[in-house]
Structure formats: C-alpha cells, structure tokens
Design a binder for this molecule. Structure first.
Ligand code: CA
Length: 515
C-alpha cells in the first residue's frame, strides 16, 4: 500500500495517516510531504510548518492552537495542541442557513409490528418492568423460568427480558433531575417492541411507586384500568403472596397472559417513515469522522428523505460543533432549544467541577483524537446534512419526524438507555471497538477502520473503513446501512450483538441526588 493520508477539508493544515501499520520517519507521500517522525495509523501529520499560537485546522475548523513550533511532516499530538474555548452560546447564528428539504425517497418498507396505539415495533418482546433495583434478582429468576417453561409455547414472541436498573429508591425523588430517569423508564416500559403495554413488578415500599412511573390518567385508564388492582402490576410485599414461590407464580401468571397477547402480533409491511433510528458513537478514533460517521450521516439523509425520524445525541460531543448546527435549525425556536440543552449540560458539568474536556477517553486519544473539539467535529457528521427539525430534552420521547437532537450524555450505555425512550432501531459507530448491544432494539455496529472489522468479523456488522482505502464510496456504505436497517427491522437479518445475545444493562441518566 502506498503512503496515504486523508485531508477532510480544503482548509485543513493537518491530515490523518491511513496505512494500517502507520508510517516510518522519512516516508515520502506522493505530493512530496516527508515524515519527520514515525506516525501511527489514524494520527495527524502536519501539512505545513506552524509557529506557536497558529491555528490547527481539521474538518475546516480550528481544533486547537499550536503550543510550540511544529515542522511539516511532524506528528500533531494532544500535547502540542491548546484546547480552544467552546463556542459561546450567546453568539450563535440561529436558523440562518436552513438546508432546503431533501427530495422525497419513496417505496422503501420494512416488516414491523403495528401496535394498537399506533407505534411500530421491530421486535416482539415480553418486557417485565421494575420500579426499583430491589426486585431485579427476583424478576431475573422469573425470566429464566418463563423462558424455559412458557416461551416455547409462543413462537411469535422473540424474547423475554427483565427491565432492571439501579434507580427507584434511595434517591431524591422530588428533585428536578428525578424526572429524567422516571420519564426514561416510563417510555422504555411502553416501548413499541414490548407491544406498547407494561407488565410491572414493584417491591411496595419504594419511592418510585408504579403510579409515579405512569402518572398519565389516560395510561391508567387504557393500559392499566385500575392501577391499584391491575393484574399487570405485581407487588412483592403484597400480603397475599406467601414466600418466594408465590411471587414467582404471580409473575408467571401475568407473563403468560401477556405472552398470549404478544403471540397474536404479526409483522406487516410498514413504510420506512416508521423507523425511529438512534445514532451513537463509542470508542471513536480519528477515522470515525471521515468514514463511519459521515456514512451514517449519508444514511441519516436517506432516512430523513424517506420520512423517518433520526436522532443524534451525546451533548458533550455536539457542544464544540454547536455553531455548525444552530444555523441548520428549521427555525429560531429549535435553535434556541438546542442552545438550552447545551447550557443545561454546561451547568451540570460545572456542578460536578468538570467541563467538556473530561470527555475524550484514553482509547480516543490512542485512536488519534487529540481533544473534544476534534472528537465533536467528527461526531456530528452522523447528523448528515438535513435541517434540524426538533430538540428533545433528557428522557423526553421524540415524536417529530426528520432529524432530531435528543439530549443524552455521551456515555455509550447511558446514551443507549436514554435513546431507548424513543428509538426502534440503533446504529452505533466505533473505531476502537466495543461489543455493545441492547436487548430491546437491534444495534447495527459500523466500524471506522477495516482492520477492526477484520479483527472482529463476528461483532462488526458493517465496515466503513473501506471508504478510507477507496474500496467503497461514502454513498455505497450509506445505502448499505440504510438497507441493513430495513432488513434488521424486518427480522430478515440479525445483528451480531443479537446473534450472540450481547445486551448491555440499562443505565438511566440520573442527574439528581442519591440519599
Ligand atoms: Ca457514546
């Protein structure tokens, strides 16, 4: 393989090395640039000489200022970069460059489960919700028995899962932040893949009472006619239940009734507009912003054109690119909503005596990402090129169509849990690699580098590294992701995470105090 680097934007004065083994000092690129030192794959090479204080530009944006003089052909690392200020939130352009609507894409369908409440599922799962961690092992035990003794009789049901978490008691339940985990758990419990109706196991004395999780009168009327006596709410401290055996029997009786209902569900043709796709990245590297994330961005545009909902999230990975997003908001109100979420997170980090620089991980840095600015610029490529139609707060369920920002932390398992409040499909990009998966929705994993896809052929679903080496185009990989979404949503194809049953624990975001 010839010495190869990738420069993303015409204004860039650094580029990243493509060759898998990196390149030694003295390597001469076709344009005459000579390496002054060894540079590993995906790390940055200076395309010019820099004076101290000169801006270093990648993606056409300043990712930092040179802390000392840098010679052309040198390795541009974290330690030679000064972290610039985040874009000030009071000086952003609001809805000034709204992209025109993309041409409609029609005729694409998938085989989904249509629920009576109008929502569309991509799996058919019995989910048993819990209001508190105290009941989790009991529900886990019941689920093992249900899978063994009941599930084989209901062939249309894919799985039985316990929706367990660490929330529910020992928390300041009236604190403003408590609404976030409670809303998240409520929306997850009503998820389209669970048929849109909950089966709840409560302890009895916990702070998060079932009526607090489902406060809506219409929910109590329609889904749980009389909440206190509902057969789908089981309280382990109920005086009628004598011992563990009774508890398990009560859960299994309710589970059997729900399985009978779920088994009636059939897949039917649904337009691609019914997809609600959550986008996330984890273990990103310097290739993520030039291969997998823009390819997912291309797929995001296809989804938007087909009338679907595409959510991107991860506040700290959007914060440093917010000046590129507020102009794209469909109107000034949506731009202000985005700023509100950035401000909320700035304040949240400040309360914890941290800031956005806490984000990049050792793995991100090993993968060539020097700081959060560079990481954010690559991360927002997932959002494609369409107008930002709506912004959802932490824990809020997304109802808008088109491109939506749904506020979540960037932490993979917390972001995934928060996105579960809305999404029926998940696309996850990775550079360093993670076997991440979720029980409730399929997770399609896209790698930034071919080397990772080759090392983990039984974990990575799509290799976007082919874009860096010129084997495939961005458009080809984008269409492949789009088609893969339709196939997996239809149950025709299984993701590797589902093949192996790799399902991360739910981790609702709780910014409130623990007591
Ligand atoms: Ca993440």
């Amino acid at each position: 393989m010839q010495p190869l680097y990738i420069k993303v934007h015409a204004r860039d004065n650094v580029a990243i090395v493509v060759n898998p083994e990196g390149l030694p000092a003295g390597t001469v690129f076709p344009d005459g640039l000579t390496l002054a030192e060894r540079i590993p794959q995906s790390h940055k090479v200076a395309l010019q000489d820099f004076q101290a204080g000169e801006p270093i530009v990648r993606y056409g944006q300043v990712i930092g200022l040179a802390l000392r003089p840098i010679r052309a052909g040198s390795w541009v690392r974290e330690d030679v970069l000064d972290l610039p200020m985040a874009p000030p939130l009071d000086q952003l352009a609001l809805a000034t460059e709204v992209p025109p609507a993309l041409p409609a894409l029609t005729g694409h369908t998938f085989q989904g489960f249509r629920n009576t409440n109008g929502s569309i599922g991509t799996k058919n799962i019995l989910g048993i919700t819990t209001t508190v961690q105290c009941v989790a092992p009991t529900v886990d035990y019941a689920v093992r028995r249900i899978k063994l003794e009941l599930l084989p009789r209901f062939p249309n049901v894919d799985d039985v899962i316990a929706i367990t978490h660490t929330y529910g008691c020992g928390v300041a339940i009236d604190a403003p932040g408590a609404a976030i985990p409670i809303q998240t758990l409520k929306h997850i419990s009503l998820h389209p893949n669970l048929g849109g109706a909950p089966l709840v196991v409560s302890l009895g004395c916990e702070k998060l009472q079932p009526a607090r999780m489902f406060p809506d009168r219409h929910l109590q009327r329609n889904l749980m006619p009389v909440l206190e006596d509902d057969p789908y709410v089981i309280r382990l401290q109920d005086e009628d239940l004598r011992g563990f055996g009774d508890m398990i029997a009560a859960i299994m009786r309710a589970a059997e009734k729900r399985l009978e209902q779920l088994n009636q569900r059939q897949r039917t043709a649904c337009p691609a507009s019914e997809l609600i796709v959550g986008l996330q990245c984890g273990g990103s590297d310097a290739f993520s912003g030039v291969t997998c994330n823009p390819a997912v961005g291309y797929a995001a545009d296809l989804l938007v054109r087909a009338g679907a909902t595409v959510m991107f999230s991860e506040v700290t990975e959007v914060r440093d690119a917010v000046h590129l997003l507020t102009p794209r908001a469909i109107n000034v109100d949506v731009a202000r909503d985005l700023i509100r979420e950035m401000k909320w997170y700035d304040d949240y980090l400040l309360r914890g005596s941290a800031d956005r620089s806490a984000n990049p991980t050792p793995g991100n840095k090993r993968g060539g990402l020097s700081n959060i600015v560079e990481k954010a610029l690559g991360s927002v490529a997932k959002a494609g090129s369409s107008a930002l139609m709506s912004v959802a707060s932490h824990g809020e369920r997304v109802t808008a169509k088109g491109l939506v920002f749904a506020a979540t932390p960037a932490s993979d398992f917390i972001c995934g849990t928060q996105q579960l409040a809305s999404m029926n499909m998940h696309v996850f990009t990775t550079g360093e690699g993670t076997p991440y998966g979720l029980a409730m929705v399929p997770v399609i994993k896209v790698s930034s580098r071919t080397a990772l896809a080759e090392r983990w052929p039984d974990l990575i679903d799509i290799d976007a590294g082919r874009i860096a080496t010129g084997v495939s185009t961005m458009e080809e990989v984008g269409w492949e992701i789009f088609q893969c979404l339709l196939d997996v949503a239809s149950g025709r194809k299984k993701t590797w995470a589902d093949h192996w049953g790799l399902h991360n624990a739910l981790a609702p975001f709780n910014p409130g105090p623990v007591t």
